[in-house]
Write a protein that binds this ligand. Structure first.
Ligand code: HEC
Length: 419
């Protein structure tokens, strides 16, 4: 909205400049009345003003349209038609190449290849007909915004956000010139198959993928795909003929992942022969779960000076199962048979239990049953009787009543068997 003052000011300058004769004074006076709209004396001027305002608005419109047009012509060129197409059924029909956990943005990137792309060879261009699909998932996070890992040390999938697709066919990609990346074209879709990045905006894809270079056929992670990388965030990097860090301490049950970030091929072999990665070219990774406590020395057989160690430290694990009915586990009925097991504990040690019943600490008792065996395992079984009803919490202590080696506590309830 234009205010009355603004109208007056605009008119004043305009009229005075338009009419250098004495007339301007009359018109000036007319404006000064302030009753611009109702004044019949000023009708002509008003018409003139309206005309000019209209002209001005038209001019503005043309200018704005022009600006938009120039902005558009400055956008890098891209295909205007979708030659890529939503990759129907890729989750079942394509080959899963690689699952990358990205700690920087807490994303999981899952990369699939159609049958043609899956045949590609390292160092050679992808064959025509190749389609690569990358899903991005939000990883589940804790309150500190750290990704929550699963039992294998991998990120867990939250929401699927984008489906990135690139497709290579004869003559594709011409429209990206001068940012052309071989014969690939790009489109990004949302899970509902609508466009995240339509073809007309996909120059951004080509511009970034240019960095991957001709030698890799503009695909960033070919070496990862083809060298069996797991894509887990590694605990151990292999760089410049070095395992880094040289000693890694993990909790029992951890899957340790090594990643070869060096230019040359390495190999990870346990001194006791318990694991061997085979040859790992650059980009390859290797994972192994360590369930037993102990020290595991390993080396690279290709470069025998490369030596390092995994130390597995942890509290042992306690588990209670309902032998009579697994569906009721951990809620038992009187008469149910139970089995209590400990794994990963120090060998030859006696077992003590700390018990709570209905929230009341009953203290530590034991030793129970035989000692932990040479594999670190122990078990005890029995049946619940009516005197056992209540809700229980129990924890195992290994070695003695004041031992620091303890398990996490377990909860269970025992109720009377329904009649
Ligand atoms: C800022 C740079 C950048 C942009 C922009 C970009 N990408 Fe990527 N793209 C990457 C990187 C880097 C990877 C490898 C995965 C990773 O490290 O996260 C990748 C991987 C991919 C892959 C898996 C195959 C491969 O190269 O490893 C596809 C498919 C893909 N991008 C498609 C697209 C599409 C479609 C667009 C545009 C809508 C796009 N990308 C835009 C950087 C980019």
């Amino acid at each position: 909205m234009v205010t009355h003052e603004e109208l007056n000011a605009a008119l004043l300058t305009e009229l005075v400049s338009l009419e250098p004769s004495g007339k301007a004074i009359v018109e000036h006076a007319c404006i000064e009345t302030g009753l611009f709209v109702r004044s019949s004396l000023c009708k002509n001027q008003r018409r003139k003003f309206m005309k000019r305002t209209l002209l001005f608005v038209c001019f503005l419109l043309i200018a704005v349209l022009g600006l938009i047009a120039t902005a558009q012509s400055q956008m890098p060129p891209a295909p205007q038609v979708d030659h890529v197409g939503y990759p129907e059924g890729y989750q079942t029909n394509y080959q899963l190449l690689y699952t990358l956990d990205r700690p920087d943005n807490r994303q999981i990137r899952v990369i699939y290849a159609n049958a043609v792309a899956a045949r590609a060879q390292l160092g050679a261009a992808f064959p025509y007909g190749s389609i690569l699909v990358m899903e991005t998932w939000r990883a589940k996070e804790d309150s500190q915004r750290n990704a929550i890992l699963d039992l294998n040390g991998r990120f867990q999938r939250g929401e699927l956000t984008v489906i990135w697709v690139m497709r290579k066919e004869i003559g594709f990609g011409l429209a990206y010139w001068p940012n052309r990346t071989g014969e690939w074209e790009y489109v990004a879709y949302r899970p509902d198959k609508s466009y995240q990045t339509p073809p007309s905006n996909s120059a951004s894809c080509a511009i970034c993928h240019l960095q991957a270079g001709t030698a890799r056929d503009y695909i960033f992670r070919t070496a990862n795909f083809m060298n069996r990388a797991t894509g887990a965030v590694p605990h151990n990097l292999i760089q410049n003929y070095l395992f880094s860090p040289g000693v890694i301490r993990v909790k029992a049950g951890t899957t340790v992942t090594w990643y070869n970030d060096d230019e040359v091929t390495h190999r990870i072999a346990a001194n006791d022969g318990s694991f061997d990665s085979q040859n790992m070219p650059q980009g390859a990774s290797f994972s192994r779960s360590f369930n037993e406590q102990g020290q595991f020395d390993y080396r690279c057989p290709i470069h025998p000076q490369m030596r390092a160690t995994v130390v597995v430290v942890d509290s042992p694990a306690l588990q209670l199962t309902n032998i009579t009915s697994s569906s009721r586990d951990p809620d038992f009925w009187t008469g149910d048979r139970w089995r209590l097991e400990i794994t990963n504990a120090s060998r030859s040690s006696p077992v003590y239990l700390r018990l709570w019943r209905d929230g009341q600490d009953l203290g530590i008792s034991g030793p129970y049953g035989g000692v932990i065996d040479a594999q670190g395992n122990w078990s005890l079984s029995g049946a619940f009787v009516s005197a056992d009803t209540g809700s229980w919490q129990l924890q195992a202590l290994i070695g003695g009543p004041s031992s620091k080696e303890s398990t996490r506590s377990l909860n269970l309830t025992v109720s009377n068997r329904p009649q």
